[in-house]
Write a protein that binds this ligand. Structure first.
Ligand code: PA5
Length: 426
């Protein structure tokens, strides 16, 4: 049977002040507007069709490039920030086995010289390639990191360094585009109608994912099935739309902070990706939920106190992985100093299950609504499905708030100030 992302409403419905079906007509209107491309931000709806019309030539290049670089046992340094790196980082973290090493390294998402110094030292005696990703081609953090790492590459491979760079950028504009054309780098295109945080299912996310070893056909198949499943606008059939409405209803009820919860820290970057998706899409015009994230049970011993007893303006959305592939058995101990022999024979997943149910009981009793997003397994198919599910939910949710989901005017403000200080603004 097909694995689908679903929402468990059990710990949410008692908190809703009205029947969620009152939003059905509005959601249908938004749904139709997305299809007809008549809503605010409609120039940026290319992501909707990414799983339906994958660019075959580009995908073939990605697969061949990955094969080559994996065969050479070389590293790939992915340079980007925000939507230009979080999707791939989330995918790799989600699917990586604990303590496994990765040949995909991320850079350009900060302004830390110490990080770059360490990275350059690390790369000195390694073979590596660069994937520089920037839609605008002018973002300062990746541009500066690119300078540094490109210099190292050019020193290491004086004759072939240009062949070791893949630039993922606009098809006709920007500094990175111009440099790529002049230097003959391999180019992958971010289409005009696909914004950064909605680009994980394009070359932006796929190249690094594939180099890591993720089956991108399965990833795209999951997204394609989500595309098909989420064409039904009924709130009772479309859990992404239900999730959007639930968030909106809670927001209207002054639950203005959404906490993304996982019980598996390999989902932490999925939370980071989701935080960007939702906050950058919705936080404007003095509106929007502030989305934070926590990993339980770790954070129950710190921030959990606030969730249980603090200001009652929060709700939790749990990213729940239903089936774990490997687990550890708790064994009998002769001495039983810790008095835990009654747990012998159980697996750690049983402990996690009890922890999760216990936390749900305690937090809902404490007045915190819980939405559970069920993820059947940690595999590429479910991840592709989930990426698309959350993107669609976010578009609906932002339109319920009557904001443009696809711009980020607030991000530009800090850039302007920083550029002024650096003397880069004429
Ligand atoms: O979602 C977005 O558009 C942003 O977060 C961008 O991804 C981020 O600012 C990086 O921009 P660029 O790819 O132009 O360097």
């Amino acid at each position: 049977m097909k694995e689908k992302i679903t929402v468990n409403k059990q710990y949410l419905l008692p908190f809703l002040k009205e029947d969620y079906h009152v939003y059905q007509a509005k959601v249908k209107e938004i749904h139709n507007g997305l299809i007809a491309k008549t809503l605010l931000g409609s120039d940026f709806l290319g992501w909707l069709d990414l799983p339906v019309n994958p660019k075959t030539e580009e995908i073939n290049f990605i697969k061949d490039f990955s094969k080559k670089i994996r065969k050479e046992k070389a590293y790939l340094v992915v340079i980007g920030i925000g939507g230009s790196y979080l999707g791939a980082k989330a995918a790799i973290s989600f699917l990586a086995k604990p303590f496994s090493s990765s040949k995909v390294i991320f850079a350009g998402y900060n302004t830390k010289g110490e990080y770059l110094e360490g990275l350059c030292k690390f790369l000195q005696n390694k073979d590596f390639y660069i994937n520089i990703i920037s839609k605008s081609g002018t973002t300062l953090e990746p541009a500066l990191s690119f300078r540094v790492i490109k210099n190292l590459l050019a020193k290491k491979y004086p004759d072939t360094w240009k062949e070791r760079i893949v630039a993922t950028t606009d098809k006709a504009r920007g500094a990175l585009y111009t440099e790529s054309v002049n230097n003959g780098y391999t180019k992958l295109v971010i289409e005009d109608n696909v914004g950064g945080r909605y680009s994980v299912l394009s070359a932006v996310g796929l190249l690094a994912a594939s180099v890591y070893g993720i089956n991108i056909d399965k990833l795209l198949k999951g997204a394609l099935d989500a595309y098909k499943d989420l064409l039904n606008p009924s709130l009772d059939k479309n859990d992404a739309y239900f999730y959007a409405v639930a968030r909106y209803m809670l927001y209207k009820d002054n639950k203005v902070t959404e906490l993304l919860i996982n019980y598996d820290e390999s989902l932490n970057y999925l939370s980071e990706w989701s935080k960007q998706l939702f906050c950058e899409s919705e936080g404007k015009d003095k509106k929007g939920l502030l989305v934070g994230s926590m990993s339980y049970t770790t954070d129950l011993h710190s921030l959990g106190q606030y969730v249980q007893d603090g200001l009652r303006n929060v709700f939790e959305t749990i990213y729940n992985v239903e089936n774990v592939s490997t687990d550890y058995l708790i064994s009998e101990d002769d001495k039983n100093y810790d008095k835990l022999n009654s747990l012998a024979g159980k697996h750690f997943k049983d402990i996690t299950g009890a922890a999760m149910q216990g936390v749900i009981n305690a937090h809902t009793e404490g007045g915190v609504p819980n939405i559970i997003i069920n993820i059947p397994s940690k595999n590429a198919y479910c991840l592709g499905y989930l990426f698309y599910f959350l993107e669609k939910a976010c578009a609906i949710s932002a339109h319920l708030l009557e904001v443009n989901p696809f711009n980020q005017p607030g991000v530009e403000s800090y850039k302007k100030e920083m550029f002024k200080l650096l003397g880069l603004l004429k």
